[in-house]
Design a binder for this molecule. Structure first.
Ligand code: G6P
Length: 614
């Protein structure tokens, strides 16, 4: 969840670290810090509660020289956001500095023990324990830093991606990971470290993805040396980064979120590319073709995910059940992993995760693996932990998603789930060729239909201003559009901090109807396919209680519109594709309400993009 950057080479480290932090700020942003070994030979740390620009203010009159450094943006877990709790942290003798992403679960017992041995702790963080423990290993066993790191990490329980600097080795960084991602960029006589590729991409496309429980010794002028916690040597495998710098810049948009909403016509095409074959009326997914027997033989499918990915999973359930007639269960990964779920070796578990790093989803995958289930991953980040921990899968291929509130990942996940459902149905013979061809042709038209909705951005922005001071929202939908109600409500609460709830429209009578009065806007997703008459009755029920209706309707609708105070139109489509269209005006509505309220939409308070702690 925190952002990590490191540099060692021939250039000045500070500008590279600050630029890297800015690119990573979407991961965590309550504090920022940097450690450098300056020209004076001193190991200095500057850190502060706040954003990267606050850190720049702190360093304005400081010595920021040096060609080695580490830097961090924090998303607090242990200890409130404060200057002291910010990373980097020093070891007892101030010779070592460390930055960390993850959680050290046994930090309290280690801290107690180290305190007893005379080590002094400055912060309330779990992180500080690691660097103190490393120094303790050096002090008590008279070993080098290189030997002390695995010794200490073997005593640590939890998850970490970390980077260490040593005052006495101004040309070397040591990095390690367990459960949290870490990437090393390999340049000409220089190395970069990042918790993802965004701080590295500007300088080199050559990267090494550090493996689970591996430690990298990164010394300028030498090849990378990689070992693991058992001190076994590993070869550093260099991969080529596929992303480009423009993908992580705003490209003329005021916010990443808006850019990503507007990217959706293109990103959906990318998710379909090479997989959708309208000329044949077919879908081809190599992950399905190569694992035909195992997938087709599944007695049951379980989808595990968190947040927006879980909402996409709900739509996936509707699609897979409709087209393949196989039973599908959708689970919050965090619940699934801890409630001793019944998993059969004949089950297929689909893990959906934009980042591919969400700790609960990864743990659910590991649990399903132990039970012998077959694992299918739907991830966006290539080479991510979940992508690697699954047997096969399908990348969404939408480029980096930077806005904390997920938008383009959602529509891509739904599209990918459709491709999976249809390709299974094709093999199972549960959908006729004619119907399949219709669906394939319609999916191909979805990007241009999204373009059409996006043209109404200005109107949506005008309507959004009406709700600047609204305190509660209710979102209702039925069938395929029920998960859209959940996702629409999530978008609004995430970035505007307005309380919003999503409900299946018919369930409104069992509780939320008590809340409806003239103050309460109710967003009703009511396109014309599936349950239209039923949702019309639900709208009448809201109207009868003076609720204000904002509806999402199919172009040409008259009945729902007549009852609505405001309406957003979407082009007609197959029922299963309605969610991909109906979510677009709701993404824009949430964005514009948040802007009208003056919120920081790309970095909403308390949230993080990639939740690598449980
Ligand atoms: C966080 C993000 C959400 C995301 C969820 C799951 O809460 O803020 O946008 O939907 O994690 O993330 P994943 O990467 O697994 O899809």
């Amino acid at each position: 969840m925190c952002g990590i950057v490191g540099y060692v080479g021939g250039r000045q480290a500070y500008p590279i670290l600050i630029k890297g932090l800015t690119r990573l700020e979407y991961r965590g942003y309550d504090s920022a810090g940097v450690a450098l070994i300056g020209d004076s030979g001193k190991l200095v740390i500057y850190k502060t509660k706040g954003k990267v620009k606050d850190l720049e203010a702190v360093t304005a009159d400081k010595d920021i020289s040096g060609s080695i450094g580490i830097a961090h943006t924090r998303w607090a877990t242990h200890g409130e956001p404060s200057d002291i709790n910010s990373h980097p942290h020093y070891s007892e003798n101030h010779n070592l500095a460390l930055i960390h992403n993850g959680i050290i679960e046994n930090y309290l017992s280690l801290k107690t023990e180290l305190t007893r041995k005379g080590y002094h702790f400055q912060s309330q963080t779990d992180t500080e324990v690691v660097i103190q423990l490393i120094q303790y290993m050096m002090d008590s066993r008279s070993v080098s830093l290189e030997e002390a790191v695995p010794l200490a990490l073997n005593l640590v329980v939890g998850a970490y991606a970390l980077v260490i600097m040593d005052k006495d080795q101004p040309d070397k960084l040591i990095a390690a990971r367990k459960g949290s991602p870490l990437i090393i960029g390999v340049g000409e006589d220089e190395y970069f470290v990042g918790s993802d590729a965004s701080p590295i991409i500007e300088y080199t496309h050559k990267v090494v993805y550090l493996g689970e429980e591996q430690i990298a010794y990164i010394k300028r002028g030498e090849d990378l040396r990689i070992t693991d916690l058992r001190n076994e040597e590993h070869t550093a495998r260099i991969s080529e980064l596929e992303m480009s710098l423009s993908e992580i810049e705003k490209g003329g948009f005021p916010h990443f979120m808006l850019k990503e909403i507007f990217e959706q016509p293109r990103t959906l095409k990318a998710s379909m590319q090479g997989r959708l074959h309208p000329e044949l009326g077919e879908v081809k997914l190599s992950g399905v073709i190569d694992n035909r027997e195992r997938l087709l033989g599944a007695k049951r499918i379980i989808i595990c995910a968190c947040g927006t990915s879980w909402h996409a999973g709900l739509i996936g359930k509707y699609m897979i059940e409709e087209f393949t007639r196989k039973p599908v269960e959708v689970e919050y990964a965090s619940e699934f992993r801890y409630r001793r779920p019944v998993i059969f070796p004949t089950d297929v578990v689909i893990a959906i995760s934009q980042s591919g790093e969400t700790a609960d989803t990864l743990a659910a995958v590991k649990l399903a693996r132990e039970a012998g289930a077959f694992l299918f991953g739907i991830c966006n980040v290539v080479g991510s932990s979940i992508a690697r921990a699954t047997d096969t899968g399908c990348y969404t291929h939408i480029g980096p998603e930077i806005g904390v509130a997920s938008t383009k990942a959602f529509t891509a996940q739904v599209t990918t789930l459709f491709l999976l459902a249809l390709s299974l149905a094709e093999q199972l013979g549960t959908v006729t060729d004619e119907r399949r061809a219709q669906l394939v042709n319609e999916l191909q038209r979805i990007p241009e239909k999204i373009e059409k909705i996006l043209q109404h951005d200005g109107e949506i922005a005008d309507i959004a201003k009406i709700f600047t001071y609204t305190r509660n929202f209710l979102y209702l939908g039925r069938g395929y559009n029920y998960p859209v109600a959940l996702e629409g409500a999530l978008k609004l609460k995430e970035i505007s901090y307005i309380h919003a709830e999503g409900y299946p429209a018919a369930e409104m009578k069992h509780g939320p109807i008590a809340l409806i009065d003239e103050e309460m806007p109710v967003v009703v997703i009511a396109p014309k396919r599936g349950n239209y008459e039923k949702i019309l009755s639900n709208i009448q029920e809201v109207k009868a209680r003076k609720g204000r209706i904002i509806s999402v309707v199919t172009e040409g609708d008259t009945d729902v519109k007549a009852l609505s105070d405001w309406s957003f139109e979407i082009p007609d489509s197959e029922e299963c594709f309605e969610p991909i269209l109906s979510i677009i005006p709701l993404q824009l509505l949430a964005y514009h309400i948040a802007i009208a309220k003056g919120r920081n939409v790309d970095q909403p308070r308390n949230l993080a993009k990639s939740v690598t702690v449980e």
